[in-house]
Design a protein around this ligand. Structure first.
Ligand SMILES: NC(=O)c1ccc[n+]([C@@H]2O[C@H](COP(=O)([O-])OP(=O)(O)OC[C@H]3O[C@@H](n4cnc5c(N)ncnc54)[C@H](OP(=O)(O)O)[C@@H]3O)[C@@H](O)[C@H]2O)c1
Length: 241
């Protein structure tokens, strides 16, 4: 059996990931989100979780999986609650976005590695990052900072894994998924042009049909899992695959 733990499976990329993986009966998927929007699927189980409270998530114990052939954690859930420059932010929204974008992945990765470090089958953490982790974007400070933190969490995990025997090592990838037609993009297009100098670019991407579909982004992300042995680096962008 292949086991996938995926956050943010109620919409967008996460839902597409869960739906694609559920087509194969040899995959068992556990999804985490505040809402369950998946149609009944025998190999999908939903965990109701609000990542605004990562201390709740900290109690999540990954199960023992003696028949596993592959175990994958996909830290996909993401939030960008507002688009304003620093000085005009609602601090509670900032706290929420850091909780969802970096604290939840940090806590889940810790529990995942604790549970599976001594296994020998392929074990992969796939962090869904963003181009915004790697360059500043006007009015996206919290999102940029948290995604940059996710990239660094990823790189530190990979560094630490070298201290374990080769057969026990877990691999982590942090992957920018492109620009995708999801709820997050719907919200970005509603930003105030006075506050967000990049707005027109995102309006144009939609008008010109240049957004990836969630399915396309999901398939590209899953190709990283499939080809996990063939990458020299671990900070990736699907547009370079
Ligand atoms: N769309 C893009 O262009 C784009 C570009 C670069 C990177 N990304 C990244 O791709 C990932 C997926 O985003 P998406 O575009 O698919 O967005 P989306 O459609 O808005 O989906 C976000 C997912 O995150 C979950 N989530 C948000 N807040 C949560 C909370 N407090 N607790 C638990 N789950 C929560 C949502 O579930 P509930 O609301 O049901 O809880 C939902 O399933 C994110 O990490 C995002 O940063 C997206």
């Amino acid at each position: 059996m292949n086991y996938y733990f995926i956050t943010g499976t109620s919409s967008g990329i996460g839902k597409a990931l869960a739906e694609i993986l559920a087509e194969n009966p040899e995959n068992e998927i556990t999804g985490f989100a505040r809402t369950d929007t998946m149609d009944y699927t025998p190999n999908y189980a939903h965990v109701h979780a609000d990542f605004h409270y990562p201390e709740e998530l900290a109690k999540y114990d990954f199960p023992e999986l003696p028949d596993a052939q592959r175990i994958v954690l996909i830290n996909n859930a993401g939030a960008m609650s507002e688009i304003f420059r620093v000085g005009k932010l609602d601090n509670l929204k900032t706290i929420n976005d850091f909780s969802v974008n970096i604290l939840a992945p940090a806590v889940l990765s810790n529990n995942f590695i604790r549970a599976y470090q001594n296994y020998t089958v392929p074990r992969i953490i796939l962090n869904v990052s963003s181009g915004a982790a790697r360059r500043p974007v006007d009015a996206w400070s919290g999102y940029c900072a948290a995604k940059a933190g996710l990239d660094m969490l990823n790189e530190t995990i990979n560094l630490e894994q070298f201290f374990y025997p080769e057969q026990n090592r877990i691999k982590a990838f942090s992957v920018a998924p492109g620009v995708i037609d999801t709820r997050m993009q719907d919200n970005i297009r509603l930003a105030d042009p006075e506050e967000f100098s990049g707005l027109q670019r995102f309006l144009d991407l939609k008008t010109n049909n240049e957004l990836f579909s969630p399915e396309k982004a999901a398939r590209l992300l899953l190709s990283v899992v499939e080809k996990h042995d063939s990458f020299s680096g671990t900070l990736l962008d699907v547009r370079d695959l």
